[in-house]
Design a protein around this ligand. Structure first.
Ligand code: B12
Ligand code: SF4
Length: 635
C-alpha cells in the first residue's frame, strides 16, 4: 500500500535486528543520546505570516503540550530535554519590533534555532508538526537544522506527519519534502520515541521499535506496530516548566474565550482525554487517535490543575480534548473534585464538545466548576447532511443541549457551523440558519468546509476538487489567525455581492464556491451581529461586549460591522460609546467605498450609532434573508 517504503515485517528475525542495529549505529555512531532538543516550528512560513496581525497579538500561541508530555517521559529516564518554541519566538520578536522593516521573520527563528543547537549541543532534535498549514514551515526548520549541522539526527512527529504518511499516495510527500529528516514518528508517539532512544542507548529490555519510519537508509524501514499509551500511561503531567506557560499570552492568544477574562490573566491548556467517540467524515481524530476515548484519571488531572495554580498562578485553562465530556460519571467526578478544591481556575472548551453529553447534571456541574465558555459541534441543521458527515447528534439533541446551556448565563455558549460541504444545497444551508436561530446561542463560529488529509471525506473530494494529494505547500486554512478571512484586512475584500445570496436562485442547487464567502457573510451578520439587538440580560451583554470588542480590536480591526456593534453594546450597557471607536468607524466609512456600500445595504451608519437611544426598548426583528419570499418558513 505504501509506495517507496519497505515494510519490515520480520523485525524479530536476527537479520532484521541487525539491520536496525546498523541503521541506529549509522545515525548515532556513539550510540548515546543524552540531550534531546524538541522544536516547535513557527505556525506558518513567511509567505503566510502576517506581521500586522501578529503585532496586534491576534495569533495563536499555544503551549506545545504534546512535546511537554514527551519531555516528561524522557526526563523520567534521566535524559536532559529542552523545548524551543520558535512560534513564540516569532510572536515575541514581532511584538518588540518597532516596525515591519525592523522585523525579519526567517532571521528570528533561524537565529534562535542556531543558538539553541550551539548552547545545548543536542544528540537528536525532535520537531513537532500538528497542522497541514505548518507543512512548509516544518520543512524549512528541518532544512535549517541540517544546514547548521550535517550529522545531527532529526526526528519529526505529530498529527500532520502522520496524516502525510497514512494516506495512500501521500507517503511520498515525507520523502519528497522532508528529505532532510531521518526518522518519522507516527500517531501518539511518546512511548515509541522513548523506546527508540532506549534502543539507541542499548538500555531497552525489548528489541522493538514502534510507529516509526526511517528515511535515511537505502532500505526504508517502517515499524507499523503501535504502542499507544493506555489510560494508566496517560497519567502524566507534561513538563510545563519547559513550555513557558506564563509568557505565551503576552504575545498571542490561547483559545476563543480569553477575552472574557481580565487582561493579564494567566491562561494555559490541559488535556484530560484522548480520542473521540465520533467519526465525522471531515475529521482526522479517529484515524490519528484510534477508536474510542481513553481517559486520564481524575486524580492526575486535578494534580495538574493544582500545580498550574500554585506554581504558575494559572487562572484559566482551555481543555485540549476532542471529547471532553465523554463518560458521564467520570466527568461529574472531575467537576465535583474541581468544585471541592476551589482552585480559582475558570475553564473553556474552545474545541467543542458533543451536544448529547450536555445534560442538565453535567452542565450544572460544569458551570459550578468554573466553565465560562463552551462550544458545541453542530455543523449543520439538515438531517441528511448530518447523517452524511456522520455527525454525532441530531436536530433534537442540538436544540435540547441549547436549552440546557442557556440556563447557565455565566457560560458563553457557542456552536460550530460549517457550510460548503460536498453536495450541500442552498436549502440545506438555510436549514442550518434556521436551526441556529432556534438554538439561539451566544455566537456561531461559521467555517467554510475544507478537505484535510487523512479524513474519510478527503478522498471523495480529491477528484472533484482537483486537489493534489501530494501538495501541501499551498494549503491555507479558511479560518484562524492566518486564515483566508484574514486576507480581507490586507485589502482583499472578498464579500463581492451585495445581494441576498438566497434570493432568486434555485434553492436545490449547490452554491458555487465563489458564493460561499457571501453566504458566510450573511450568516455571520444575521446569526451573530443582528442577534445582539435582542440581548438585554446584563451578564450576557457584558460577555458579548467583551467578545465583539475582541473582534474589533484583535480579529478584524478594519471591519466596520464589529465596530458598530461594539459601540451598540457599549451604549446599551454603559450608556456611552468610546469616542475612539466612533472615530475609527467614521474613518473607515469615509475612506472605503466598499464598506460604505455594505453598511448602507444593511441600513447602518455612524450617525445611526451615535443617535442610539435606549429609552425605548429596541425591537428585535429578525427576518434573516428574504428567504420567506422563496416560500420557506422563517423561524
Ligand atoms: C487542541 C487543538 C487545537 C487548538 C490548539 C492547537 C495547538 N496548537 O496546540 C486550536 C483551537 C487552536 C485548534 C485550531 C485548529 N485546529 Co485543531 N486540534 C486540536 C486537537 C483537538 C488536539 C491537539 C492536541 O493538543 N493534542 C494533544 C497532544 C498531546 O498531542 P500532539 O500535540 O498531537 O502530540 C502527540 C503526537 O502528535 C506525537 N508528536 C507530536 N510531535 C512530535 C514530535 C516528535 C519528535 C515525536 C516523536 C512525536 C510527536 O506525540 C505526542 C504525544 O502523543 C487536534 C485533534 C487531535 N486529537 O490531535 C485538532 C486538530 C489538530 N486541529 C485541526 C484543525 C482542522 C484545526 C483548525 C483548522 C480548525 C478550524 N477550522 O479553525 C484550526 C487551525 C489552527 C491553526 N494553526 O491555524 C485538525 C488538523 C487537521 C490538519 N490536517 O491540519 C485536528 C487533527 C482535528 C481534526 N478536525 O481533524 N486546534
Ligand atoms: S465530534 Fe469532533 S473530534 Fe469527534 S470526530 Fe467529530 S469533529 Fe472529530
Amino acid at each position: 500500500m505504501l509506495s517507496n517504503i519497505k515494510i519490515n515485517e520480520q523485525i524479530r528475525d536476527i537479520t532484521s535486528e541487525q539491520l536496525v542495529d546498523k541503521e541506529l549505529t549509522r545515525l548515532f555512531p556513539r550510540r548515546v543520546i543524552k540531550r534531546i532538543l524538541l522544536v516547535v516550528p513557527p505556525d506558518v512560513d513567511v509567505s503566510i505570516f502576517n506581521y500586522t496581525t501578529a503585532k496586534r497579538g491576534r495569533c495563536w500561541n499555544y503551549p506545545p503540550y504534546g512535546l511537554g508530555i514527551i519531555a516528561t517521559h524522557l526526563r523520567d529516564e534521566g535524559l536532559s530535554v529542552k523545548i524551543t518554541n520558535l512560534n513564540n519566538e516569532i510572536l515575541k520578536e514581532c511584538s518588540f519590533s518597532n516596525s515591519e522593516s525592523d522585523f525579519n521573520f526567517d532571521d528570528v527563528w533561524k537565529t534562535k534555532l542556531s543558538e539553541e543547537i550551539t548552547d545545548f549541543q543536542p544528540d537528536i532534535v525532535g520537531i513537532s508538526c500538528m497542522f497541514t498549514q505548518t507543512h512548509s514551515s516544518a520543512v524549512n526548520v528541518c532544512n535549517e537544522i541540517r544546514r547548521l549541522n550535517p550529522v545531527l539526527p532529526i526526528a519529526i512527529g505529530g498529527v500532520h506527519i502522520t496524516n502525510c504518511f497514512v494516506e495512500d499516495k501521500m507517503s511520498d510527500i515525507l520523502l519528497k519534502d522532508f528529505k532532510k529528516a531521518d526518522i518519522f514518528f507516527l500517531y501518539e508517539a511518546e512511548l515509541a520515541f522513548k523506546q527508540f532512544i532506549k534502543m539507541v542507548n542499548r538500555v531497552a529490555s525489548l528489541n522493538k521499535l514502534y510507529q516509526v519510519f526511517f528515511n535515511s537508509s537505502s532500505d526504508r524501514l517502517y515499524f507499523p506496530e503501535k504502542k499507544i499509551p493506555t489510560e494508566d500511561e496517560l497519567n502524566i503531567i507534561p513538563a510545563h516548566d519547559l513550555m513557558t506557560p506564563t509568557e505565551l499570552m503576552n504575545y498571542g492568544v490561547i483559545g476563543s474565550f480569553f477575552c472574557m477574562k481580565e487582561k493579564g490573566t494567566k491562561i494555559t491548556t490541559i488535556l484530560s482525554n484522548r480520542g473521540c467517540r465520533g467519526q465525522c467524515t471531515y475529521c482526522s481524530v479517529r484515524n490519528f487517535n484510534g477508536i474510542g476515548v481513553r481517559h486520564r484519571s481524575v486524580e492526575s488531572v486535578i494534580e495538574e490543575l493544582d500545580m498550574l495554580r500554585n506554581k504558575y498562578d494559572i487562572r484559566h485553562v482551555m481543555w485540549l480534548d476532542d471529547d471532553f465530556l465523554h463518560d458521564h460519571k467520570r466527568t461529574l467526578h472531575l467537576f465535583t473534585e474541581m468544585i471541592k478544591r476551589n482552585l480559582g481556575i475558570t475553564w473553556d472548551c474552545t474545541n467543542g464538545v458533543i451536544a448529547a453529553s450536555c445534560t442538565d447534571e453535567i452542565i450544572a456541574a460544569a458551570a459550578e466548576s468554573g466553565c465560562i465558555g463552551l462550544t458545541i459541534g453542530v455543523e449543520s441543521g439538515n438531517s441528511q447532511v448530518l447523517k452524511k458527515i456522520r455527525k454525532p447528534g441530531n436536530i433534537n439533541i442540538f436544540i435540547k443541549a441549547a436549552e440546557i446551556l442557556k440556563k447557565y448565563e455565566q457560560i458563553n455558549t457557542r456552536a460550530f457551523l460549517m457550510i460548503g460541504l460536498p453536495d450541500e444545497t442552498y436549502r440545506m444551508i438555510y436549514d442550518t440558519v434556521r436551526l441556529a436561530l432556534k438554538m439561539d446561542l451566544d455566537w456561531y463560529n461559521i467555517t467554510i468546509f475544507e478537505p484535510l488529509p487523512n479524513t474519510p471525506i478527503f478522498e471523495s473530494v480529491l477528484q472533484k476538487d482537483e486537489l493534489n494529494p501530494t501538495e501541501f505547500k499551498n494549503i491555507k486554512y479558511n479560518s484562524g489567525s492566518y486564515g483566508k478571512f484574514q486576507e480581507k484586512l490586507n485589502g482583499n475584500q472578498f464579500y463581492s455581492a451585495l445581494a441576498d445570496p438566497f434570493i432568486n436562485i434555485n434553492l436545490d442547487a449547490v452554491p458555487p464556491k465563489s458564493q460561499l464567502n457571501n453566504i458566510w457573510f450573511y450568516m455571520n451578520y444575521h446569526l451573530n451581529f443582528k442577534r445582539l439587538y435582542k440581548v438585554n440580560n446584563p451578564i450576557k451583554l457584558e460577555q458579548q461586549l467583551k467578545y465583539v470588542q475582541n473582534i474589533t480590536d484583535l480579529v478584524a480591526p478594519e471591519d466596520p460591522f464589529p465596530m458598530y456593534f461594539c459601540g451598540y453594546l457599549q451604549k446599551k450597557l454603559r450608556g456611552k460609546i468610546d469616542e475612539q471607536l466612533i472615530k475609527r468607524l467614521e474613518e473607515v466609512l469615509q475612506f472605503s467605498e466598499y464598506w460604505r456600500k455594505r453598511f448602507e445595504f444593511f441600513g447602518l451608519s455612524a450617525d445611526k450609532l451615535k443617535s442610539l437611544n435606549f429609552s425605548e426598548e429596541l425591537q428585535y426583528r429578525l427576518k434573516p434573508f428574504s428567504i420567506a419570499k422563496n416560500g420557506l418558513n422563517t423561524c
